[in-house]
Structures are given as structure tokens and as C-alpha cells.
Design a binder for this molecule. Structure first.
Ligand code: GAP
Length: 513
């Protein structure tokens, strides 16, 4: 495929064309950064959620799952720090009147420097061929070293200014780098200001009695406020975890890149309650566990990397991201945060209720520390979908568009295709569908030539096609065609269920973790 932008455009149009993702309220020209999942998207999303849930809740006997409400008492957000500190630094361009995240403007500038480094590396790799040593090249080539130093210096200064809340310096940096508004091209900027990301709403029927609420900006707080309920009713012993999936809402300033940054999105979060002092060890353990979960999906280790946070969130004493190589570069996919006793401690203070654990080994009570893993379901969807979409050049000089989704996550596991629409073939195929549908999502398709039907199933991501032909009537065998290799094999009809199961069953995939 061509350049990154083109690849990303294809991802977006493919997602729409094949019923994965539609713009919200499209008939009214849509709503910015809000999306709907179509018939295939809903299935893929459900499967990703299930893959996470089973890995967390089913396979760990000390992790349980809950489903807390989106609305929470407004004091929750005072205690959590979101009312005071859940801000993004924003800057307006006076000519285009467009608002930007100041830190993103700087990061985009740095991304351009990094793209220059990539270009130099690609050029050198071509020049030196097999003898090319990338590590040596990037550490010694003067031009690359210069670029890298510049990028590092900018990010360091940005991190420091943000940490110190020195918004004047963030503006000064934007001006020094001569960053222009992508829309108007002008460098006529306002001062940088903080902008709270929470959506407000009201509960109650009359204006006087109405209570100001927020739509939750993270699911985590629903876990914290239920910490004692779960610990006591489940008789949980530290260390233990509480997991949850659900919607979160943020009034993002920079809402772009499709479902990467949305205003309404879904999170899959797990809070692991631990002994104070053990947080470093658990931080490393969960980093490793989460990376293994990602790698089990077979999307290639080269597409992931850890990135330590320079600027820690208001609640963390250590934090990193698992970044994924999206079509627009490496970006955060999941966060792993050591949240100390910040949340439980603050909820104790604001609620006046004890949120402590009596540790029988230590014979004392304490506020547990928390290790959090937090991943955006929609972002995971985008990672999987964009990685899966491929265009292959075939031997006969045609191009095949194929969505190589991990089979365990595919919306439809197999398509049953009668070779022709007559001679009793549709009836046999339909009978096979009726047999398989108890175990898997199965599609039935009898329209067009079988080759075109294969291509349709390739494009929608179905891992297996089962073709019923005249020979089936004689010996009860069918042709199985595999999406990724296009290989075909003749098998007995009563073996089909086991063949599909072997390829798509969740337990087979989860065993790789
Ligand atoms: N409880 C911690 C927390 O919410 P975060 O880093 O703000 O941490 C965690 O968010 C994950 O949620 C991110 O790694 C990302 O995958 C996802 N996420 C955050 N904001 C998002 C948005 N606007 N749209 C889609 N996903 C988002």
C-alpha cells in the first residue's frame, strides 16, 4: 500500500463499506469524534471485550469483574482529582479560530523530525543492503544524531513545562519552533489555557433540585468506590483485582484519527489492590502480563513498544504506555499505572468512610496501593482492524483485499457456500449452517460465482469458507478454504465443526498467554 495517510483512509472506508464502523448520526452530517459500530463492528468489539474479560477474570482466580454505573456522585470527581486536574492545555489560532491541544502541536512537530530520521534510515538501508546495521547508523550518522537530539530536547522541555504547569513556556516553545496552524498557516496564537475534559449533565426534574453530575471520564472510579463492597462480599485477600469494561466520556479538544480519540468510548480497566511497598514489583509483573496478552493475538512483536511517561498523571508514581504501530505511527494503546493509595486515600477523606483492608499476615489495617491496567476497547479495535487490512498481489496479477483478523476475534467464523444455487446444494449447505450455528457465527452466501464470494469473505475477515459441491452429495465431503493462505482441503462434512473450533476457539488462543 502507498503512504500512511492513504493506508489510513483505506482503513476508514473499508470499515464503513463492510459494516464495521459508521459515523454517528450520519444522516444529519455526523457528530464529531462519535462513531457507531455496525453489524460486524459490534461482533468484533464484543469478541475483543470477551478476550480481555476471560484473560483477566476467568483465568485469574483473584480477579473479579463488576459493572458500575456511568453516573456517580459528583464528589467522586473532586476526590479523584478530575475536577481540578483533568485538563488539557489548549491554544487557539486567532485567524482560523481553531482550537488545538498545545502539547499535540509540539508532538506533531517532533513526529515530523522522527519521520525524517526514518527516511534517512530507509535510504541508508537501501544503500548498504545486508551489511546495514541500524543501531550503529542511528547512533553515529551526524544528521540522524542531530535530529534525534533536537526531538529529545523538545520533548524534554515540553514535559518539564507541563509538569510545572508553565503554560507560558509551552506557548514560547510553539513560537520558537515556528509552528503554524495547519488550517490557516498563521502563527497568530492565543495564550495556552487549561480546559477540563469532563462532560457535565444534570440529575433531577426541577431546576432547583437538580444536581450537577459528570459523565464518567474513566471507569476506574466505579471500581474504587466499590472496593470494600467487593472485598467484603467476595472475601478477597490482597493482592486481588477488580475488572470492569464500560463507556467513558471526554470532551477531547483534538478529536481526530477516527476511533483513536473519541468523545464517547469504552475502556477495559483492572485495578489490582496490593500491599504498600510492593508496587514496583507488581508494576513489572503487569507490564509483562499485558504485553503477553497483546502478543497472543499474533500481530507481531515489532508492532508494540513500551513508552515510559515523562509527565506523570496526578495519581501516579510510575506509568508507561504500551504503544502500537498504528497507520499514523506508534501511539498509546494501553496504560499501566502505579496509582499508589491516591484514589482510595482521597475517597476516604472526601466520604469520611474507611476504605482499608485488614491484613491478617501483618495484623494491621492499611489503605491498599493500586496497580492499574487500562486499555481503550475502541483503540484496540483500531489496532486490530488496521493491522489486519492488507492488499496482496496475487500470482495472476490481481489484487486481493483481505482482512486478516485474528480468527478468534472475527465477527463471522465461517461462511458456508453452495457451489451452485441448484441441484440440492443450497439445501445441504443450509443444513450444515443449522448444525454449526449453535457453536459459531456462520454466514450463508449463494449469490455470484464462488470466487467472488471468497473475496467477499476475505474482505470482511471470515477465516474459513466451506464449499458444498456435487461431490458432497456423493461422499459427504466439502472443501475448506483458509482465508490467510487461500489453501483448500477436502474434508468430511462431520469434521468441519472441529476444524473451525481448532482455529477460532478462545481457549486455544488464551493458552498462548
Ligand atoms: N483510568 C486511567 C485512564 O483512564 P488514560 O490513559 O486516560 O488512563 C486509558 O486512558 C486508555 O483509554 C488509553 O490508553 C486509551 O486506550 C483509552 N482512551 C483514552 N482516551 C480515549 C479517547 N478519547 N478515545 C478512545 N480511547 C481513549
Amino acid at each position: 500500500m502507498a503512504n500512511h495517510e492513504e493506508v489510513f483512509k483505506k482503513v476508514i472506508s473499508h470499515a464503513k463499506e463492510y459494516g464495521y464502523i459508521f459515523q454517528s448520526s450520519e444522516i444529519y452530517d455526523g457528530l464529531s469524534a462519535v462513531y457507531d459500530y455496525g453489524q460486524n463492528g459490534a461482533e468484533l468489539k464484543k469478541n475483543i471485550r470477551e478476550y480481555w474479560w476471560q484473560a483477566m477474570v476467568q483465568l485469574n482466580d483473584n480477579i473479579v469483574g463488576i459493572d458500575a454505573a456511568i453516573f456517580m456522585h459528583p464528589t467522586t470527581w473532586k476526590a479523584s482529582g478530575h475536577v481540578d486536574a483533568f485538563n488539557d492545555p489548549m491554544i487557539d489560532n486567532k485567524d482560523s479560530k481553531k482550537r488545538y491541544r498545545a502539547d499535540v502541536l509540539v508532538e506533531d512537530y517532533v513526529a515530523k523530525i522522527e519521520a525524517k530520521i526514518d527516511k534517512e534510515v530507509t535510504k541508508a538501508a537501501k544503500r548498504f543492503g545486508d551489511a546495514f546495521d541500524k543501531a550503529q547508523f542511528v547512533s553515529t550518522n551526524p544528521r540522524v544524531v542531530g535530529y534525534q537530539e533536537k526531538a529529545d530536547g523538545i520533548l524534554k522541555r515540553l514535559g518539564k513545562s507541563l509538569e510545572n504547569e508553565d503554560l507560558a513556556d509551552v506557548k514560547a516553545l510553539i513560537e520558537e519552533l515556528e509552528i503554524a496552524c495547519p488550517l490557516s498557516g498563521s502563527k497568530n496564537w492565543t495564550d495556552v489555557k487549561q480546559f477540563n475534559l469532563m462532560f457535565g449533565t444534570k440529575l433531577g426534574s426541577t431546576a432547583e433540585s437538580a444536581m450537577d453530575l459528570y459523565l464518567r471520564p474513566e471507569t476506574a472510579q466505579g471500581i474504587f468506590v466499590n472496593f470494600l463492597n467487593v472485598q467484603k462480599t467476595g472475601r478477597m485477600k490482597i493482592p486481588f483485582g477488580i475488572a470492569q469494561t464500560g463507556k467513558a466520556f471526554r470532551n477531547e479538544i483534538v478529536a481526530r484519527q477516527f476511533i483513536f480519540r473519541m468523545r464517547e468510548f469504552e475502556q477495559m480497566e483492572m485495578q489490582y489492590f496490593i500491599k504498600p511497598g510492593s508496587q514496583k514489583e507488581w508494576y513489572e509483573t503487569w507490564k509483562e502480563k499485558r504485553m503477553k496478552w497483546h502478543l497472543s493475538l499474533g500481530m507481531g512483536p515489532e508492532n508494540y513498544r513500551f513508552h515510559d511517561h515523562e509527565k506523570l498523571a496526578h495519581y501516579a508514581d510510575a506509568a508507561c504506555d504500551i504503544e502500537f504501530k498504528f497507520p499514523f505511527g506508534f501511539k498509546e494503546l494501553e496504560g499501566i499505572h502505579s496509582r499508589t493509595d491516591f484514589d482510595l486515600g482521597n475517597h476516604e477523606e472526601y466520604s469520611g468512610k474507611k476504605l482499608q483492608y485488614f491484613d491478617p499476615e501483618e495484623n494491621k489495617s492499611y489503605v491498599p496501593y493500586v496497580l492499574e491496567t487500562s486499555i481503550g476497547l475502541d483503540r484496540m479495535f483500531l489496532a486490530i482492524f488496521s493491522n489486519a487490512l492488507q492488499e496482496e498481489q496475487l500470482e495472476n496479477n490481481t489484487t486481493r483485499t483481505v482482512l486478516k483478523l485474528p480468527a478468534v476475534l472475527a465477527p463471522t467464523k465461517a461462511a458456508v457456500l453452495p457451489l451452485l444455487k441448484r441441484d440440492g446444494l443450497p439445501e445441504v449447505a443450509q443444513k450444515l449452517v443449522d448444525d454449526l450455528k449453535w457453536d459459531f457465527n456462520i454466514a450463508y452466501d449463494e449469490k455470484d460465482a464462488v470466487g467472488r464470494r471468497y473475496r467477499r469473505q476475505d474482505a470482511v475477515g471470515t477465516p474459513i469458507c466451506v464449499t458444498v459441491d456435487h461431490q458432497t452429495l456423493e461422499d459427504q465431503t466439502v472443501t475448506i478454504r483458509h482465508r490467510d493462505t487461500m489453501e483448500q482441503q477436502r474434508v468430511k462434512m462431520d469434521e468441519v465443526k472441529d476444524i473451525i473450533a481448532k482455529e477460532v476457539e478462545m481457549k486455544e488462543w488464551l493458552k498462548r498467554i
